[in-house]
Structures are given as structure tokens and as C-alpha cells.
Design a binder for this molecule. Structure first.
Ligand code: WT7
Length: 691
């Protein structure tokens, strides 16, 4: 069996890590023809009364200033927030070039603030404490709850006091593994209030994945719930946490406090597993805390949170964001992209376990004084009309979701949409993967009745905020294009040699200079940070995506060009899935690629070489899928397992993924040159064994 080092993917991806990606991964190869045929922009939505930005000229002027004078541009915006101490006049510096020394980003240097204070106290002090902050909609139709800004502030202070009472201090990490209850963003805001870094782990991850994240950032405190109902399925979250904490213990790291919210709709106290001494009930601990909790004033560059995400190699990376720049850019993108006014009812369907739930469900809307809908359930339960019932019930103005959901709802029939009143909708957003024009048009025509601009927002966990997005009503739209860069996003497109491409063309999507919410480091591994994002193209931040730019300057994102796949907007490293498959006793080696999937965008296609003498049976296949579910989580389960007595490798032992991608997408007539394979016969065997 290959060694662990080999399995974690570091070797096989060595070539990519130190140089530009394999050009064959760029999806569009005949760029010129595609770009020449770029459609003209659609007319502006005439009934859309945008209030923030009035014209393209205004955008052009603001964009120009944001690039030429970033320090001045963001200083003016920074003034809209409360700062305990003002930043220095010369507050910004950065280095994006590994040849010039360590990569670094600094914004609002010298300033001190607190993001929770700006999200909550600021509005309460301005007399808006009675406004609704969270509209919570339960999994079941008859459960809902509303919390005002004042109520949220009180609860955040109680949790903040509790965290302090169990010894959490500024700079400590706190892991949160919870479903979409108000208590999840409340716990995040409580951490930020006392200067602890929250590390939210999506509650669909397995015990193994949770344990890995807890150990990496040494969170001694974990916040969770007894369980959750997802549709008609009961998930015993505390049980998963217990397993994770045992795994942590075995690896020599012990969590000393676990705070558990009783979600009795799913699992009540009596049936929740319990470890005396370590576990505490939220209901016993939090209500008795005071609603006054001093704010920890944070330096602008003090860490705000960690969020683990998958890369093309190795274990998930703890993406670290800091306080000042993140706050200002989260607020500003939310304001302009969603044309947000205080009091707007806004719904982002993302889970707080992903970056979208951080920036555009929690911080962005609250910084703008909006009302944010928090939905516990799944969007098609009990029927595919659920989303539009919620839109009607709360009179949602801005709705933000992923293309995968749009495609799946499109497939369930228009009647589920048209049966609900959607007249409150003004702006529709999408994020997470390229949206195909067909889905775009359905979203625009059927959901938005042709009157709502679609904001197709391109960004990443690392960028923390939108970098490319339409601004509603300001310029014409093209279905499938994220259009133009946001203020401060110095977007560049480069070729495989790292030369910048001007004008129309196709290349690798990069950023040329720092923006306020840039990823600051990978927690505990600054080398990996530099290697991943700044080594492939010297002087640029490399996003991992390919793109085209048309004659109007619009960007068309073509998808990941590294070994990361995007399944339903969830980012999964192929190396991680391979590592998980290789944990199965019958698996000798695995190679995973993405393939086009009509609903999920991409599906997971796994080639598996079994140990000598093992027969490929249905049980083995199921066992392999189960292993991935247990190691990573259900959302990473392969769609296809392809028996591979041998993998296509070069003479130096490198797997030719291009060949595997072509076979997975049934394009074996376009395999290209396979003469460099050590054993070209492997391809024929694979084709014969196609499942
Ligand atoms: C990757 C980042 C950004 C929050 C959700 C995902 C893809 C994101 C778009 C878009 C085409 C998109 C990219 C990117 N992506 N938005 N509008 N059009 N692709 O965050 O998990 O960090 O994934 O999602 O491939 O690199 P993430």
C-alpha cells in the first residue's frame, strides 16, 4: 500500500504546486471563437429602481479610484463604521510577490474595532433594537421564530460571558458544529465579541473531518446541538461530536468543554449521549449569564475566524481572515451587490458552515442593519415550493442561492414557483459554481418574473467577499457571466507562463493586488499559503479558476483548473477523496476526477485499483462509497466507482488525469496523445470495464 505521505496527495500534485496548472484543464480551448461570439449585454431591468449606484460611469470612476488609490478609497468607506481607535493615515501595505519576501496584507493598520459591536450594538444604540435581526424558519412548516437586534445582542453577550467563564481568551479557537438555528450565528458573533476565532465546521462533515479541524486549531471548546431534522431525516449531531472528540483524544488532544443546545425537535435531553464533566447544556448555562459583556477591541489585523476548505493537495487548509478589512469589505459588497438598505428582508440559503453563511448570511447583512432569514431545513421539503413559500411568508427582497438548487427546482416544474407570491423579490443572486444560461434564464424569467437583476457573484473562501459580480441595474447582463470586478478587485488574467493577457481571451484567473478581505494565511502554515496561492504565477494571487474575458470586458468563469471539484457548490479536493478511498482495506490505489453532472454541476468519479486477488463486487463498491461518507461526509460520496486494474501513468509514475477525465466524460475519442503512457493498454482495459 502507498505510504500516508503519498496518499495525502503531496507527491502526485508536486508538479502543480510549484508551477502553473496543467493547461489541458482549461475547459475552453478555442477561446478566440468563443470570445468573438460573446453575446451583447441584455438591456437593464427597466423596473429596477436601484438607489445606490446610478450609472456605469459612476461605477467606472469608483472602480478606477479603488485600484489607483486603494488606501483612500477604503478609508472613506471605513469611516461608516465604529472604530474604537482610528487607523493610521498610511494604513495599507502588502506584498504579493514571493521574490520580494514573505506574502503579507495589511489594511486599516493601527485601527481597533470589533465586528460584533458593528453588527449589533451600533444598531441598538441608534435606536433600532426592535427591528428584526433574524427570521428563523424551522425544518417543519409550523416552526418559526423571530429575534430582534436587541434580543440577539443580549444572547450574544450571554454566550460571550459563558465563553469567558470557561477560560476562552482572545486568540483562542472555538469549534462550532451546528445546524441552522439562530444559535449558530449567535455563537459566531459571541466569539468575535471576545476576540476568539470561530472555526465553524459544516454539520454534514463526518466525525473524522471534524476531529481533524479541531486538532489543527486546538479548539478546547466545541459548541454543538443534540441533533437536527433535515427534511424527514434525523441526524444525531452530538453522537458525531462524541466520536470526533474520541478521535481527538486518541491523537493526543483533549477538548475540555462541549456546550450542547437541546434541539428537542430532533433529539431530546434524554436520548442525547453525555459525558459528565465535559458536556454542558446550553439551557442550564446560558440563560443565567449577564446580558452585558465587554467588547474586546481588536487590532485590524487580529484574526477573526478560521474556515477550513479543500485544496488540490493534502488535508483541508484553515483559511484565516482578520478583523478590519474583512468587516469593511463584507459590508460593502453586501450593500452594493444586493443594493441593501437597513430593514431589507434578505435570504441567503447557504449554511454557516461555508463562507457564504459567514459573509452573506451573518456579517454582511447585519453590518447593513438588514433582516436575515435563517432556514433550518432543506429547500425541497416538504415540497419543491418551500423556497417560494418562505419568500412569500417573509416578503423576501433579495434571494441568494446556488445554481445547483436553481437547476433542481427548475426540474420540479414551474407550478411550485408560480403558486406562490414573489412580488416582494427585487434581486436574485447565485454563487458557488458557474451558472448555465438555461438555469439563468429560468431563474430570471420564472422566479423573478423578468424584473429582477441576477447577481452572479464570483468569489471564494479565500477572497471572503465578492470579487466579480454584476451591480444591479448598473450595466447590462449576460446569462452565465459574472460580469465585472467589484471595487478594489484588481482582477488579472494570465497565460500559462504567468504573462498577463489584456483584452479578450482566455486564461487563469488571478488578482494583481491586495483587497481588504484577502486570506491572510493558512493557519499554522504560511509556507503552504505562499505555495498554493502565490507560487504558481509570480506577483499574482492565483484563484485556481480558469476564465475568459470577452470584448466587453465581461468575465466568464470556466471552473477550477486544479484538482478541486465543485459538487453542488461544495468544494472537494480529489486528493482527499482518494485518501479516504485508500482507507478501505481492499483498495490499493484510487484516482478521482470530476465529471459534468446535470444538477450538481460536477459529480465525483473514482477509479479504484483493488488489492491483488480481490474481486470487484457490489459489496466492495458500496463499501468504498461508505468509507468516503465516513471519512469526509455524505456530500463527498463518489457518484461512480470505476474498476481500474491499472491507472494511466507516465513512465515516471504520474497519473495522467487528463485521460481519466476524458473517459469519465465519455469523450474517449478525444484522449489526445497517450504515447507517453508507461502502458497504453491500460486505457483499453478501462474502457472495457466502464460501469
Ligand atoms: C470556488 C470557490 C464563494 C462561496 C461559495 C464557494 C467557484 C464560486 C462562482 C461563480 C463560477 C464560481 C469557483 C471558486 N465559484 N462562485 N459565480 N461562477 N464559479 O466558495 O468553496 O471557496 O469555492 O467556487 O470555482 O474557485 P468555495
Amino acid at each position: 500500500k502507498p505510504s500516508t505521505f503519498y496518499r495525502c496527495g503531496s507527491l502526485r500534485n508536486f508538479a502543480y504546486t510549484w508551477g502553473p496548472p496543467d493547461p489541458s484543464t482549461l475547459k475552453v480551448t478555442s477561446a478566440a471563437s468563443q470570445v468573438a461570439h460573446a453575446p451583447p449585454p441584455m438591456v437593464l431591468q427597466e423596473n429596477y429602481k436601484h438607489s445606490l449606484l446610478k450609472s456605469r460611469e459612476q461605477y467606472d470612476a469608483m472602480y478606477k479610484r479603488s485600484i489607483e488609490d486603494p488606501q483612500g478609497f477604503w478609508s472613506d468607506i471605513g469611516k461608516e463604521f465604529h472604530w474604537e481607535k482610528k487607523w493610521h493615515a498610511d494604513h495599507h501595505s502588502y506584498n504579493f510577490d514571493v521574490r520580494q519576501g514573505p506574502i503579507q496584507n495589511q489594511w486599516f493598520k493601527g485601527g481597533q474595532t470589533n465586528i460584533t459591536y458593528n453588527c449589533l450594538d451600533r444598531h441598538v444604540e441608534a435606536g433600532r433594537g426592535d427591528q428584526i435581526c433574524f427570521l428563523w424558519e424551522g425544518n417543519d412548516l409550523d416552526r418559526d421564530r423571530r429575534m430582534t437586534y436587541k434580543e440577539v445582542l443580549d444572547e450574544v453577550c450571554r454566550v460571550a460571558n459563558w465563553l469567558r467563564s470557561v477560560g476562552v481568551k482572545k486568540g483562542d479557537a472555538v469549534a462550532i458544529y451546528a445546524p441552522m438555528l439562530c444559535e449558530l450565528p449567535i455563537a459566531m458573533l459571541a466569539c468575535a465579541r471576545i476576540g476568539a476565532m470561530h472555526s465553524v465546521v459544516f454539520a454534514g462533515f463526518s466525525a473524522d473531518s471534524l476531529a481533524g479541524r479541531i486538532v489543527d486549531c486546538k479548539s478546547r471548546v466545541v459548541i454543538t446541538t443534540s441533533g437536527v431534522m433535515r427534511g424527514s431525516k434525523k441526524v444525531e449531531l452530538k453522537k458525531i461530536v462524541d466520536n470526533a472528540l474520541n478521535i481527538c483524544k486518541k491523537s493526543g488532544f483533549e477538548v475540555d468543554t462541549c456546550l450542547v443546545y437541546e434541539n428537542d425537535n430532533a433529539i431530546d435531553k434524554a436520548s442525547c449521549p453525555w459525558t459528565e464533566g465535559r458536556d454542558r447544556w446550553w439551557h442550564d448555562e446560558i440563560p443565567k449569564q449577564s446580558t452585558e459583556a465587554a467588547v474586546e477591541w481588536m487590532d485590524s489585523e487580529d484574526p477573526l475566524f478560521l474556515l477550513y476548505t479543500s485544496g488540490s493537495t493534502g488535508k483541508p487548509k484553515g483559511v484565516m481572515h482578520t478583523t478590519g478589512g474583512y468587516m469593511v469589505m463584507a459590508a460593502t459588497t453586501t450593500k452594493y451587490v444586493f443594493d441593501m438598505q437597513p430593514g431589507d428582508v434578505y435570504w441567503c440559503t447557504a449554511d454557516c458552515g461555508w463562507i457564504t453563511g459567514h459573509t452573506y448570511l451573518t456579517y454582511g447583512p447585519l453590518l447593513n442593519g438588514a433582516t436575515s432569514v435563517v432556514f433550518e431545513g432543506t429547500p425541497t421539503y416538504p415540497t419543491p415550493a418551500r423556497c417560494w413559500q418562505i419568500v412569500e411568508k417573509y416578503k423576501v427582497k433579495q434571494f441568494y442561492t446556488a445554481p445547483t438548487l436553481i437547476r433542481s427546482l427548475e426540474g420540479s416544474g414551474d407550478q411550485h414557483v408560480t403558486s406562490q407570491d414573489r412580488s416582494s423579490l427585487r434581486i436574485l443572486g447565485t454563487v458557488g459554481e458557474p451558472i448555465n444560461p438555461q438555469a439563468w434564464n429560468w431563474y430570471h424569467k420564472v422566479v423573478g418574473e423578468g424584473r429582477c437583476p441576477i447577481v452572479d457573484t464570483w468569489w471564494q473562501t479565500e477572497t471572503a467577499a465578492h470579487l466579480i459580480s454584476p451591480l444591479p441595474g448598473v450595466w447590462g447582463q449576460k446569462p452565465g457571466s459574472a460580469s465585472l470586478p467589484f471595487f478594489g478587485a484588481h482582477i488579472a488574467m494570465v497565460d500559462e507562463k504567468g504573462q498577463e493577457i489584456e483584452g479578450p481571451g482566455e486564461g487563469y484567473l488571478c488578482v494583481k493586488s491586495s483587497w481588504p478581505s484577502t486570506i491572510r494565511t493558512i493557519y499554522g502554515d504560511h509556507d503552504r499559503y505562499e505555495t498554493t496561492y502565490f507560487a504558481p504565477f509570480k506577483g499574482f494571487y492565483f484563484s485556481g479558476d480558469g476564465c475568459r474575458r470577452d470584448a466587453d470586458g465581461y468575465y466568464w468563469i470556466t471552473g477550477r483548473v486544479d484538482d478541486v471539484i465543485n459538487v453542488s457548490g461544495h468544494r472537494i479536493g480529489t486528493a482527499e477523496v482518494e485518501g479516504a478511498l485508500e482507507e478501505h482495506p481492499a483498495c490499493a490505489e484510487a484516482a478521482v476526477v470530476g465529471f459534468e453532472h446535470p444538477i450538481k454541476g460536477q459529480g465525483i468519479y473514482a477509479y479504484v485499483t483493488l488489492m491483488q486477488g480481490t474481486e470487484f463486487t457490489e459489496d466492495i463498491r458500496k463499501g468504498l462509497v461508505m468509507t468516503v461518507r465516513e471519512q469526509i461526509g455524505a456530500f463527498a460520496a463518489p457518484d461512480v466507482i470505476h474498476e481500474a486494474p491499472g491507472l494511466p501513468k507516465t513512465r515516471s509514475g504520474k497519473i495522467m488525469r487528463r485521460v481519466l477525465r476524458k473517459i469519465a466524460s465519455k469523450e474517449e475519442d478525444q484522449l489526445g496523445d497517450i504515447s507517453t503512457l508507461a502502458d497504453p493498454g491500460v486505457v483499453e482495459t478501462l474502457l472495457k470495464l466502464r460501469p
